[in-house]
Design a protein around this ligand. Structure first.
Ligand code: ZN
Length: 404
């Protein structure tokens, strides 16, 4: 057996390649070198907590600082200090935003499905904001805490679930800001304060998470306000923003499937529950089984989750589209199969349980057979290598004899 075939055998044995692509993505060589340098710099000074020892997290700070490693390090350390000072972990775990529904009613915003690439789609109808009511139901301080808790949820839950659903690494958001009716007159001092505070948090501590922002329905009032707001924003962020008038739909549809776009923006989605599309937080991150699979996949120290789970979990998320009968069938089968693999017994009483159990059993048998084949091949490879080693030893011995 040649070394080439050994290499091929080892490659075949790498059963987790697909799942690793979802978790790790595809790395650019130059970027990887910069990330490694930043990582070593932080490790040398004992300033890289395990939780933040993540390739994409470090890359975001490097990108934001134009790959200047020292500046990226400074920015990263500022983020750690801010998290400590503001008790961000406590906000993420314990903060309860009881006024959630009331706030959403006077300030319609929320995540709603995914864009065509699979990134979370965030929509905000800031033109409809009722500021005096908003300040009655919450405070700037509480709203900022809510914003931080949402950012944490996006990092720890929305991106991993979207990655799993789209079968590729997802680490940014596409956003739509509907500014219909917004201008200098209804953008009060406290609203400006809140906007600036949130901008500061997003660009300093969650850099490079915006894929694209579409500002739609921009009239003359907004364009005057925009000139002021632009001053508070980073050039890199500004480059990702498109300001569109009322004729925005075709541009949006290039990025978002109509089924993921609410009807009030020209899409086909009409979420039925009270509050409509923006109260649903609809997306792959609300599918409990997807959430469990993504936690298993992205959790620290558990990166090599098996391909079987990933393959079954990774059917594209269809958003709010009415599923066809075939889709319902495949979706429910996927959920049940995944559920069984995750030891979820919610389908225990299902009449088709036995058939499904048999299917899972068959799938597992196939996997066992594949693993046994691999084990046999590995044994063969090892024996070949041992023979080669013995041959080599005898050649060396013969050469030594000639030398004497
Ligand atoms: Zn909807």
């Amino acid at each position: 057996m040649s070394f080439r075939s050994i290499e091929q055998l080892l490659r075949r044995n790498s059963k987790t390649k697909i799942s690793r692509n979802i978790v790790d993505g595809v790395h650019d060589q130059k970027e990887e070198q910069c990330v490694q340098s930043l990582r070593e710099l932080l490790l040398a000074s004992n300033q890289l907590p395990e939780k933040f020892d993540d390739y994409y997290l470090l890359l975001r700070f490097l990108r934001m600082r134009g790959f200047n490693i020292l500046k990226a390090k400074e920015m990263f350390l500022n983020m750690l200090k801010w998290r400590e000072d503001c008790s961000v972990d406590a906000i993420a775990n314990d903060f309860k935003f009881e006024e959630y529904d009331a706030v959403k009613r006077c300030y319609p915003h929320g995540f709603h499905g995914v864009d065509k690439f699979g990134r979370p789609l965030y929509i905000e109808r800031i033109g409809l904001v009722d500021l005096s009511k908003l300040m009655q139901v919450t405070s700037i301080d509480r709203y900022v805490k809510y914003h931080i808790s949402e950012q944490e949820k996006t990092m720890s839950l929305r991106y991993p679930s979207c990655s799993l659903a789209a079968k590729k690494h997802i680490a940014s958001t596409t956003a739509i800001l509907d500014v219909k009716g917004l201008g200098m007159n209804n953008f009060s001092k406290s609203a400006r304060e809140m906007f600036v505070e949130i901008q500061k948090i997003d660009s300093n501590y969650y850099p490079e998470t915006l894929n694209q922002l579409y500002i739609i329905n921009a009239g003359t009032g907004f364009r005057a306000l925009w000139k002021v707001l632009k001053a508070f924003m980073e050039a890199r962020t500004l480059a990702k923003i498109q300001v569109l008038g009322t004729n925005y739909l075709n541009t949006l549809l290039e990025a978002v499937d109509p089924s993921n776009l609410p009807d009030f923006l020209g899409g086909t989605c009409t979420c039925p529950a009270t509050g409509g599309c923006l109260l649903q937080d609809k997306g792959p991150w609300t599918d409990p089984q997807m959430v469990r699979a993504s936690k298993a996949a992205f959790g620290k120290g558990q990166k090599s989750f098996n391909e079987l789970t990933a393959t079954i979990a990774c059917e594209s998320f269809t958003g709010c589209q009415e599923p066809s009968a075939k889709q319902v069938d495949s979706t429910s089968r996927r959920k049940r199969t995944l559920g069984m693999l995750l030891k979820d017994d919610q389908d225990g009483t299902d009449t088709s349980g036995n058939i499904l159990q048999k299917q899972v059993g068959e799938q597992i048998s196939v996997k066992i057979q594949e693993l046994e084949d691999c084990a046999a091949q590995t044994k063969e490879t090892l024996q070949t290598l041992i023979c080669k080693q013995q041959e080599l030893t005898s050649h060396i011995e013969q050469l030594r004899k000639i030398l004497r």
